[in-house]
Design a protein around this ligand. Structure first.
Ligand SMILES: [Zn+2]
Length: 538
């Protein structure tokens, strides 16, 4: 009899869970799809996850636990949604403490922006109301005294992963849901705060503005490309026939490059923020010298088209990007034709009078032998080597041959779309180890991983823009400053007090290792590695 009564109440649990789900996802639905104030979406996995979580909540017997979980959900989501609506990007765990210490300022700013944020607050009130209403009117639902066990397990998944994987694994994803970003940011905040190192006391950068020197800047950010395996830079195999053909073109310049980091996500973050000094993370928080920000200030329309996961653009300043497209937007086309899909995306951009376009490649990420399926007519080497290093180098060289073909198509398309006053820059996020000292891959703090190409090509503009790039050693930092300068924003970093520059490790918020280096007689000279805590201890 009792069992029957319990079963008959299951539909009430379902009603409760549905209302909680609607409440949680309402802000994303309204602000993301209808008002388009946030860039968020509701992926199907998020929907199912929230629904499952809500079902669990509906079975909780302990009233205090229920109030605690629902209360935390409301509090964290309120912080997230307001932050996102105001700044244009999901909250980062580093900014969470600020929310609690600067409440006065936040209330003042919030009230001054009522006319902009009222819809956000209205939908939040509706969201909170729906969750509370859902719990309130379903008092007859079934409860289970053990339901807290799976609930606690579910709640600890992200914090545990955060602990195991470290802060860098939980970067924000601006086109995912608010709840996805909230669980990650807050888990990282709770779990990893003690590991983080305070930014040393660096002086702020200063930016001086003048009329932009060029109307269009296109930056192609490559993937895992090391210059020492490119024929253009002297490698034995003829794997860059197109780039070789530009060698004597006055509109073309190339140099040896040094990347700012050894991982994709960190290199992008450091590059777009013109980052130089070890541990200078406050620069990233404040976006003082962020290239997208400077571009917007100078009247450029800003674009990012990436063949990779949007998460890699965490903290690169995409709140200053007018059009952001990532792998998930062109998934099918990428699967069919590889990175040539990016050229299709480029073709359909709604360009403006002045444009700053970033094209982010997927090739030549591992596995290198996958690229030879594209354009077999390029004549890839089919040689098979017994030792791992030679085989890896052969496959890598083939991938570079594909890359060279891609570059040719891309430049042709840019010439068509932006035939006047355009400068194209190319560099790679980081390089690659291919058996040097029996090491492979990237992410390792080894000099070869920072070896990247830097080249530039001018289309109907003054080739003098390239003078400073010819036969030089150009770091990501140098290149970012150069690009800022072309857009009319001169970046001055008062902390540039020595000839040294730095390659940073993949994790920049903890006590990380960095590699100092300097330019000497046309060569890059590396010094002993150091740790950031030594700088902060001073
Ligand atoms: Zn990469």
């Amino acid at each position: 009899m009792l069992e029957k009564a319990q079963n008959s109440n299951l539909h009430i649990n379902l009603l409760c869970a549905s209302l909680i789900t609607i409440g949680i996802l309402l802000p994303d639905f309204y602000l993301g799809y209808i008002a388009k104030i946030l860039t968020c979406t509701i992926p199907i996995m998020t929907f199912l996850g929230v629904l499952g979580f809500s079902v669990l909540l509906s079975f909780i017997k302990n009233r205090y636990l229920l109030v605690l979980v629902v209360g935390l959900l409301i509090l964290t989501q309120t912080v997230q949604i307001n932050h996102w609506a105001y700044f244009g990007a999901p909250i980062h765990s580093h900014d969470i403490s600020k929310v609690f210490f600067e409440l006065d300022e936040i209330f003042q700013t919030g009230s001054a922006l009522t006319f902009q944020l009222w819809r956000v607050w209205l939908v939040e009130a509706a969201s909170i109301g729906t969750v509370i209403f859902g719990v309130w009117i379903t008092k007859n639902r079934n409860r289970n005294k053990f339901a807290w066990i799976p609930l606690i397990i579910v709640l600890s998944i992200t914090p545990v992963l955060s602990h195991l994987k470290g802060p860098a694994a939980f970067y924000t994803k601006p086109t995912s849901s608010t709840i996805y970003n909230t669980t990650r940011a807050f888990s990282d905040w709770v779990v990893n705060s003690s590991r983080k190192v305070k930014s040393p006391d660096y002086k702020p950068y200063s930016i001086s503005y003048r009329t932009p020197k060029v109307r269009n800047v296109v930056l192609i950010m490559g993937e895992s490309l090391s210059s020492r395996y490119m024929h253009l830079y002297g490698y034995s195999q003829p794997n860059t026939p197109y780039l070789d053909s530009l060698k004597n073109d006055p509109n073309f310049a190339f140099s040896k490059g040094v990347s700012s980091s050894v991982s994709t996500i960190t290199s992008l973050q450091l590059f777009f923020n013109t980052f130089r000094n070890p541990g200078h993370t406050s620069l990233i928080r404040k976006k003082e010298a962020n290239l997208f920000r400077l571009a917007k200030h100078q009247g450029y329309k800003t674009f990012v088209i990436s063949a990779q996961n949007e998460k890699l653009f965490h903290d690169t300043g995409i709140e200053f990007v007018d059009h952001f497209g990532s792998e998930k937007d062109i998934h099918e086309n990428l699967a069919n034709k590889g990175d040539e899909a990016l050229i299709d995306s480029l073709q359909i951009l709604t360009l403006s009078d002045k444009n700053f376009i970033v094209i982010h490649l997927r090739h030549i990420h591992t596995p290198f032998d996958t690229y030879t399926k594209h354009h077999p007519e390029l004549g890839y080497s089919k040689e098979v080597h017994k030792d791992r290093a030679s085989q890896a180098q052969q496959e890598y060289s083939n991938a570079i041959l594909y890359h060279d073909y891609w570059v040719k198509q891309c430049i042709a398309m840019i010439q068509k779309l932006l035939p006047q006053d355009t400068v194209i820059f190319f560099t790679s996020d980081h390089g690659q180890l291919l058996g040097e000292r029996s090491l492979y891959g990237h992410n390792l703090m080894e000099p070869e991983v920072s070896d990247v190409p830097v080249w530039s090509y001018c289309i109907n503009t003054q080739p003098t823009h390239l003078a400073s790039l010819k036969n030089q050693i150009i770091s990501h930092y140098d290149l970012a400053k150069h690009i800022g300068g072309l857009m009319g924003a001169t970046i001055t970093n008062p902390n540039e007090n020595s000839t040294h520059q730095f390659v940073h490790s993949s994790e920049i918020y903890t006590n990380y290792q960095f590699m100092p280096w300097k330019k000497e007689h046309g060569k890059v000279v590396f010094f002993d590695k150091e740790w950031v805590c030594k700088l902060t201890a001073k």
